[in-house]
Each structure stands twice: as C-alpha cells, then as structure tokens.
Write a protein that binds this ligand. Structure first.
Ligand SMILES: [Zn+2]
Ligand SMILES: [Zn+2]
Length: 79
C-alpha cells in the first residue's frame, strides 16, 4: 500500500492510497493480465504488467509474458 498526497484542482490536498503493483521487471505496473483463469476469483490472471512488458492480443487486452507465450502456442495450434 502506498499513500500519495494529491493536489486537488479546487485547492487543498487529498491522500490517495493505492496498492502499488510492480511488474516482474521492476517498473510500475499499469496493466493487468487479462488471460482467463477460471480458478481465480476474478476470472483472469491479473498479473501486474508494465506498458513495456505487455503483449496486447486485442484492444484493451493485455497479457503477462507467461500468458503471451501461451497465447502464441494457442494461436499456432489453431493456425
Ligand atoms: Zn515490465
Ligand atoms: Zn497472465
């Protein structure tokens, strides 16, 4: 959990607390893996990924490196 003071446009500050999720490479993760994982509560992998490490198979979809590899295999099997 990280708490950051944020300056409000109307004046004053607010403290925004977020769980900082880091990509495996150490950069701040701004994306989550959308690979379907039925055993997960959320239904998706949700691995934190940064903009550099993502693989986007479709607009608004992101895959972690592990699932990007699985996606490749899956695509190759269908081709
Ligand atoms: Zn990364
Ligand atoms: Zn994943």
């Amino acid at each position: 959990m990280t708490c950051t003071p944020v300056r409000l446009p109307a004046g004053g500050t607010a403290i925004i607390c977020t769980t900082t999720r880091r990509c495996k490479c150490g950069r701040r993760a701004t994306l989550l893996c959308d690979w379907k994982v039925p055993t997960k509560k959320s239904g998706t992998c949700d691995a934190p990924i940064c903009a550099r490490c993502t693989t986007s198979p479709a607009p608004d979809k992101d895959l972690c490196p592990k699932h990007a590899a699985e996606f490749k295999t899956w695509k190759a099997a269908r081709a």
